[in-house]
Structure formats: structure tokens, C-alpha cells
Design a protein around this ligand. Structure first.
Ligand SMILES: *Cc1c(COP(=O)(O)O)cnc(C)c1O
Length: 352
């Protein structure tokens, strides 16, 4: 994409406009169209997208927000920074997304939002979660930071609840060349509020209507992301193909638990579960294969969030998963010979 990206960069450099300009406005409009929402508002990161969406939805100090305990720490950080109190909930044992049953158990009159995470690019079970949210008259705000382009039926994530929150961190399915984030919504009120919040609460220049933040996307990132957006579906399709190739080859390996394959999944990560994970991972590293763990510590076990974990809570599915999950190489440019190599190495490690 070199020439295309260079031309976009050059266009911005010559424009003399670097923050919240025509590139950002165009990218917002293109991204909203892509997701199938009326509005999109660009911000400085995925964490900020979550924080501003929650603040914009009216979360005030002490409000409880339901969040899965298996996710990036960024999800809970944004809730706390917005003034909310994260209520950690266990995950489904197969998909590792927010458990519907455990959500139903922990939703209370103090709950002001539900934040499911489309973990690894797999859409959370939003239908029943939306039902719980509507029974309690509270919004569902999607953490779609790992799931650009994922679908539930014909609808894209980001268009399923009150708001969708995206990150353009370089390693995401749609990655910038620095930080960036986006909030998608059909709510004009929320879009307007986020627009005030992201720039000092300004209603017009130098006139603060509300207390805001500084969380803006810059023109260079927007221009580069605009070049990449038209390729996103092709890259996601390629990720699904690679996942399919992994699944075929790994099905015969005893002890390996495969991810659930869903047509709407965009495989940000390809996460299997294996016995003796740490030993297997070390062996793969020695064979030159880089793997990851997403995530080794569920949020309820991290010191920053310990104040929010009620006594007597247990998270059996999260606990069981965290010692077994292993993220295998997954990116659109991965070749099938390389998938073969990974599988051969994994087989050797499991048999050793
Ligand atoms: C990456 C990520 C975030 C945070 O995005 P940043 O752009 O790094 O702030 C939040 N939630 C999830 C699930 C993520 O993967």
C-alpha cells in the first residue's frame, strides 16, 4: 500500500490542517456507512471511545457497569475513568465473551450500562444481553475494539447497541500508524454529546458548554485509515480462511480445543486452549513461533481493579480459561505453509 499511503500523507501535509479536519469528517462518514450507523465520532483511542461513550450516555459516579472479567484492562479502565463502578462478570466457557447467565445474576437497580466485548473478533451474544438491558432500561455499549467488520446476521458490530467503541491501535483489524478510536451510534444526542466531550466541551470555539476532554483524531491517521478501510472486508475474509485452515489441521490434535467458528467472526486473534500451556508456549518460542496470551490474568485478579471485586464472587470459566488459552499467529498475510509450520510445531510440542 506504500504509494497509496504516501499520497494520502502528502495530501495532509500540504493541507496544513492536522486535527479534526476534512479527512476526519470523511473517515467518520465512511466508517459510519461501513458499520451501518447514522453517526461516527472519531477520538484519540479505543479506551477514550469507551470512556466518552459511557460519559456521553450519562454514567455518573457510583453507577455500576457490567463488564466481562476476560478482556483488555482498557475496558474496565475506561469505565472507572468515566466514574463508573465495574461489575466483573464471568464469561461463557466456549466463546469467552460476556456470560448471559452471570450478567442476569449481577444486574441490579444500580446498573447503568452493560459493556459486552467482542473478544478475539467473535461477536458477543448480544441478543439476550439487549433483552436484559431493555428490561432494566439501560444502554448496551459494545467494546468492538477487536472486531471491526464482524457481523451478527446481517448487522455489523458497532450498530447493535446504543454505541460501538473501536480502537485503531496498529495491531487491530483496522490499524492506524499511531493511536486512534471511534464511537458509532444511531443516537443524534449521543453523537452530539461525544462531539462536545472530545474537545474541551466546546459547543463552538472557546465556549465550553460542558466539561470535556481532549481526545481528538488527527488528520494523518484519518487519511491513512481511509486508505485501509476499503480493504478491511478482504483482510477479514482472509483471516476467516486462515482460521478455517487452522481448524482443519488442528481438529486431529488430541487435547487442543478450537475456537467456535462463526460466519460473522473476524478472528482478530486465533485462540486455542491447550494443556500445559506455558510449557507448550515455551517450546513454540524455541522453534521460532511467536504466540500470545489474551489474557493471562482476568481483570478481577489485577490490583488496579481489586477494589471493585465484591467478596464471595467467583469466575470459574475465566479462571479455567486463563491457564489454557494460547493465541497462535493470525494476520491476513500469514501463508498456508506457515499455518502448516505452526501446526507441525504445536503437534511436536504436544507429543513431547
Ligand atoms: C485494544 C483494546 C482496547 C483499547 O484500545 P486502545 O486504542 O489501545 O485504547 C479496549 N478494549 C479492547 C477489547 C481492546 O482490544
Amino acid at each position: 500500500m506504500g504509494p497509496e499511503l504516501s499520497a494520502a500523507l502528502d495530501r495532509v501535509l500540504r493541507s496544513g490542517q492536522f486535527i479534526l479536519g476534512t479527512e476526519v469528517a470523511a473517515f467518520e462518514s465512511e466508517f459510519a456507512t461501513y458499520c451501518g450507523t447514522r453517526y461516527a465520532r472519531a477520538v484519540a483511542s479505543g479506551t477514550d471511545a469507551l470512556q466518552l461513550a459511557l460519559a456521553g450516555a450519562g454514567i455518573t459516579p457510583g453507577d455500576e457497569v457490567i463488564v466481562p472479567t476476560v478482556t483488555s484492562g482498557a475496558t474496565a479502565t475506561a469505565i472507572v475513568r468515566a466514574g463508573g463502578r465495574p461489575i466483573f462478570v464471568d464469561v461463557d466457557s466456549r466463546t469467552l465473551t460476556l456470560s448471559v447467565d452471570d450478567t442476569a445474576r449481577h444486574v441490579s437497580p444500580r446498573t447503568r450500562a452493560i459493556v459486552p466485548v467482542h473478544l478475539y473478533g467473535h461477536p458477543a451474544d448480544v441478543e439476550p444481553l439487549l433483552e436484559i438491558a431493555s428490561q432494566h432500561n439501560i444502554p448496551l455499549i459494545e467494546d468492538a475494539c477487536q472486531a471491526h467488520g464482524a457481523r451478527v446476521g446481517l448487522r455489523r458490530v458497532g450498530a447493535l447497541g446504543l454505541a460501538g467503541c473501536f480502537s485503531f491501535y496498529p495491531s487491530k483489524n483496522l490499524g492506524a500508524y499511531g493511536d486512534g478510536g471511534m464511537i458509532t451510534t444511531d443516537s443524534e444526542e449521543l453523537a452530539n454529546r461525544v462531539q462536545l466531550l472530545r474537545q474541551y466541551g466546546w459547543q463552538r470555539r472557546d465556549f465550553a458548554e460542558i466539561l470535556g476532554f481532549n481526545s481528538r483524531l488527527d488528520e494523518i491517521q484519518a487519511a491513512l485509515l481511509r486508505c485501509k478501510l476499503p480493504y478491511l472486508d478482504t483482510w477479514n475474509e482472509r483471516r476467516r480462511q486462515i482460521a478455517h485452515e487452522y481448524n482443519i489441521r488442528l481438529a486431529e490434535l488430541a487435547g487442543v480445543q478450537l475456537p467456535i467458528f462463526d460466519a460473522g467472526d473476524v478472528f482478530h486473534l486465533f485462540v486455542v486452549r491447550v494443556p500445559k500451556r506455558d510449557k507448550v508456549r515455551e517450546g513454540l518460542t524455541e522453534r521460532g513461533i511467536d504466540t500470545g496470551i489474551h489474557y493471562a490474568s482476568p481483570l478481577h485478579r489485577q490490583p488496579a481493579f481489586s477494589a471493585f471485586v465484591g467478596s464471595g464472587r467467583s469466575f470459574p470459566n475465566a479462571e479455567a480459561a486463563c491457564s489454557e488459552i494460547l493465541s497462535l499467529p493470525m494476520f491476513p498475510q500469514l501463508r498456508i505453509e506457515e499455518v502448516d509450520m505452526v501446526v507441525r510445531a504445536l503437534r511436536a510440542e504436544l507429543e513431547s
